[in-house]
Design a protein around this ligand. Structure first.
Ligand SMILES: [Zn+2]
Ligand SMILES: [Zn+2]
Ligand SMILES: [Zn+2]
Ligand SMILES: [Zn+2]
Length: 334
């Protein structure tokens, strides 16, 4: 009897995250709400799918890691990209390429690649200095060259220059570029000759994919609009979120997933652009099967209620094959 129970439990084990269910209907229910897919971060030892790199990190490093996977990882795993290699020597060789170093600003250049990254630095307005006003903005291309960089003249009186963080002094803003001019220039770079109203998902011609961290706030402060399907935000991308589904800071993501420090002392928007672009390129380069249906972000009802009985007779692997992620995977940009 005990034996039969254990084999039944085994049958109801999710083929992606390995959670086990006493009843098959509960596994079907689990699959309906979890949107497992080939685009999820996976453990290189046991193959387990994780919702985010943070949960994969916990699985491999801890606290409370899976003991067997942690043992292999400690010898042959890279703590930056979380991949497993053939030998300890192979990891050490790999790390030199995996770990970035702090970027020195590149000269201005033309726009290379399909994506541009944008970052701002805000000074304070309002009676208590808590209202963010854009004072600096920077845009870079995929090869980290500066496309556009300027101080911006705030549209309201500055009550706190936040000098220790922004490095902005009153004289830098006195004759700075008016916000309207910066706005127009950025819009031109993003649209790159395509009319904004014409952009459609997967059909946006020469227009640029916009990369950044917390872009909603930046765009709002700049008074810019850009379609959501053109935006790749490292503060919103599910694989880069905390296990609590809250955003990680750009500083943390850069430390954990690129291997260097940013935002120490006075902050340069160029440095934020580079970090966001590197994270984007790293995510985009994930080796996922790029079939369109899985990872398109169009959460489909792949488990219709009328097929409930049929679904309950399927194997966990067959259920997983039906599943598709509920977010647009950046590997599809490649
Ligand atoms: Zn699962
Ligand atoms: Zn993917
Ligand atoms: Zn594992
Ligand atoms: Zn690595």
């Amino acid at each position: 009897m005990g034996r039969r129970e254990s084999s039944e439990t085994l049958r109801n084990k999710c083929a992606a995250c390995y959670r086990q269910y006493n009843r098959m209907e509960h596994l079907v229910e689990h699959m309906k709400v979890n949107y497992h897919s080939v685009h999820e971060p996976r453990c290189g030892v046991c193959g387990k799918h994780c919702r985010s790199f943070e949960s994969l990190r916990e699985h491999l490093i801890g606290p409370l890691p899976k003991v067997e996977c942690a043992r292999v990882f400690s010898v042959r795993g890279c703590s930056i990209c979380l991949n497993i290699f053939d030998s300890n020597a192979a990891v050490r060789y790999h790390r030199a390429a995996c770990q970035y170093t702090r970027a020195a600003p590149m000269p201005r250049g033309g726009i290379t690649g399909r994506a541009v990254a944008l970052a701002c630095k805000m000074v304070g307005g309002g009676s208590d200095g808590s209202v963010d006003l854009c004072a600096r903005v920077c845009l870079i291309g995929e090869d980290e060259n500066i496309i556009f960089q300027t101080y911006v003249k705030p549209t309201a009186p500055v009550t706190n220059y936040r000098y220790e963080v922004t490095g902005v002094r009153p004289e830098y803003l006195r004759d700075a570029m008016p916000l309207k001019v910066a706005q127009r220039r950025i819009q031109e770079i993003l649209c790159n000759g395509e009319p904004l109203w014409k952009l459609r998902p997967r059909s946006y011609g020469r227009a640029k994919i916009l990369v950044g961290h917390g872009l909603e706030h930046d765009l709002e402060r700049l008074g810019l609009e850009y379609p959501a399907f053109m935006i790749r935000d490292t503060a919103k991308y599910p694989p880069l979120l905390k296990t609590s589904k809250l955003s990680n800071s750009l500083k943390y993501l850069t430390q954990a997933y690129l291997g260097y420090d940013i935002q120490t002392g006075i902050q340069d928007p160029y440095e934020d652009c580079v970090a966001a672009m590197r994270l984007y390129i790293r995510m985009r380069s994930q080796a996922h099967p790029r079939d369109y249906n899985s990872g398109s972000g169009e959460a489909q009802n792949n488990y219709p209620a009328w097929r409930q009985r049929e679904l309950e007779r399927m194997s966990p692997e067959e259920l997983l094959a039906l599943s598709a992620s509920d977010y647009y995977c950046w590997c599809l940009d490649y």
